[in-house]
Ligand binder design. Sequence first.
Ligand SMILES: [Mg+2]
Length: 153
Amino acid sequence: MPTPPDVHETLKRKLAEFAAARDWGQFHTPRNLAVCLSVEASELLELFMWTRDGDGPFPPGTGPPPEARVREEVGDVFLCLLNFARVSGIDLHEAATEKLEALGQKYPVSLSRGSAVKAPGLFTSTATATATATATTTAKATATATTTNDGDR
Ligand SMILES: [Mg+2]
C-alpha cells in the first residue's frame, strides 16, 4: 500500500497530465492557483452558510449540506492545493510536517489543552493582557486629547 506522499505524487502526475492535455498549464501560475484555492475553500464554506451552530435547530428551510457536495468541494480544495504545491515546487507533505512541528512549539499542550486562545504564552496572565489593553487605550486617548488641544490653538 502506498504511503501518503506516494499517493500525492500519483495525483500530482495525473494533475499535470490533465492540465497538459488541455493546455491549461499556461494558466496555472502560483497566483492563479492561490486564487483558485481561496475560491474553492469559499465554495466549501458556502455549503454551511445559514445553517446552524452547534446542536441547535436548523433555521427554517435549511438543513445539513449534502455530503456529496461537501466531498466535491473538499476534492476541489485539495486539487487546487496540490496543483499550487506542484507548480511552486513545494513538497506538501514536508511543508505540512514542518508546520505541524512549529504549531506544536507555538501551542504546547501544557498551555493549550482545552483552550481556544490564540498563541498562548503571549500573555502570561489575564491581568497582563488587561494591563496591556488599558495602557494602549490610555495612550490613544492621550494622543487624541493632545491632537485636539493642538487644534484649538
Ligand atoms: Mg468547487
